[in-house]
Write a protein that binds this ligand. Structure first.
Ligand SMILES: [Fe+2]
Ligand SMILES: [Fe+2]
Length: 318
């Protein structure tokens, strides 16, 4: 019985539980605190939104487009958290009659992701109350979750580690240092980042554990599935970039030339590909684990699948 209570990585799981308890926050008491969004300020920082590339926009227009991108940014997290919560609950169940520390750590992640989804739904309602009608968030969380969860655990955990690492990179490198952002929007991603730090550690433990259980053929299937998932994420990103560019053009309050409309669509797509695909894939911490869990030939295939997406976002990525 004693042996069943803990596993080889119990200390690392235990550390995540300890930090998770220490930094635990509540939506109203700690994050929203009775505030609404300040629409005189940007939401998404320039480094992520790429809006300085659209030199023909006025300051007010660029700010509005950063708010649209920031609204989608919150919705994208709510979207992926649907599948992440479900996957983590499934992985937790595999520990349920074994390592109780790992079980507790994963139950906490599932609980936190449910809270994050509630927070992001609240923000979407608040944004909807104050922004012009017509915004549409296209992807449907349960449909996307069903498609992602149909893939192998190896691939799902690779995608999840990628997402949970870029969440932190965006906050530390771009959101935190920007003093021009809406205080509420910025705080949301400060509090989100605090809990996501533990999630990324647990993703890596679970991905490695799954990798160790698989045959070479199953790992090969994992790589194929990961390439499929990257293509699926790109499909979602293209759909939403197009919706957000159209919403901006329809509600900005003036007309744009055909060339300007094309430029708006291109920059929003580049920004979204960079935010949701390239920034995570190029993050050294993710790349190191991926390189360890793949053969050079598999790594090359993943690189080839990412190649056109990376190239389309230009050379100055973060
Ligand atoms: Fe989250
Ligand atoms: Fe998370």
């Amino acid at each position: 019985m004693q042996v069943m209570m803990t596993g080889p990585d119990s200390n690392r799981y235990a550390k995540c539980i300890e930090v998770s308890k220490r930094i635990r926050w509540e939506i109203d008491r700690d994050v929203i605190r009775g505030r609404t969004f300040d629409f005189s300020r940007k939401f998404l920082p320039d480094r992520l939104s790429m809006l300085p590339a659209l030199t023909f926009l006025s300051e007010r227009e660029a700010r509005f487009l950063s708010q649209i991108q920031g609204r989608t940014y919150a919705n994208m997290f709510a979207l992926v958290e649907r599948y992440i919560g479900a996957k983590v609950a499934e992985l937790g169940h595999a520990h349920a009659l074994g390592d109780q520390v790992a079980f507790e750590a994963l139950v906490r992640v599932a609980d936190e992701e449910l809270k994050h989804q509630e927070l992001f739904r609240r923000l979407e309602r608040m944004a909807g109350d104050q922004m012009p009608a017509g915004y549409v968030f296209k992807p449907e969380p349960n449909e996307v979750a069903a498609a992602v969860l149909s893939k192998s655990t190896w691939a799902v955990m690779a995608l999840t580690l990628d997402i949970e690492i870029f969440t932190q990179v965006h906050y530390r490198a771009s959101i935190e240092p920007d003093t021009q952002l809406s205080d509420l929007w910025k705080d949301v991603f400060l509090f989100h980042w605090k809990e996501e730090s533990q999630h990324a550690i647990l993703d890596e433990l679970e991905w490695r554990a799954e990798h160790a259980r698989l045959s070479e053929a199953e790992r090969e299937q994992g790589v194929r599935d990961l390439i499929d998932l990257v293509a699926a994420v790109d499909g979602i990103v293209r759909m939403q970039a197009s919706a957000d560019a159209s919403y901006f053009i329809a509600t900005a309050g003036r007309s744009f030339s055909a060339a300007e409309k094309t430029a708006i669509g291109d920059v929003v797509l580049r920004a979204y590909r960079s935010q949701y695909i390239v920034s995570g894939a190029q993050e050294p911490r993710f790349g190191a684990v991926l390189a360890e869990l793949t053969t050079p030939a598999q790594m090359e295939r993943i690189g080839a699948a990412l190649g056109p997406i990376v190239a389309s976002t230009g050379p100055h990525m973060h």
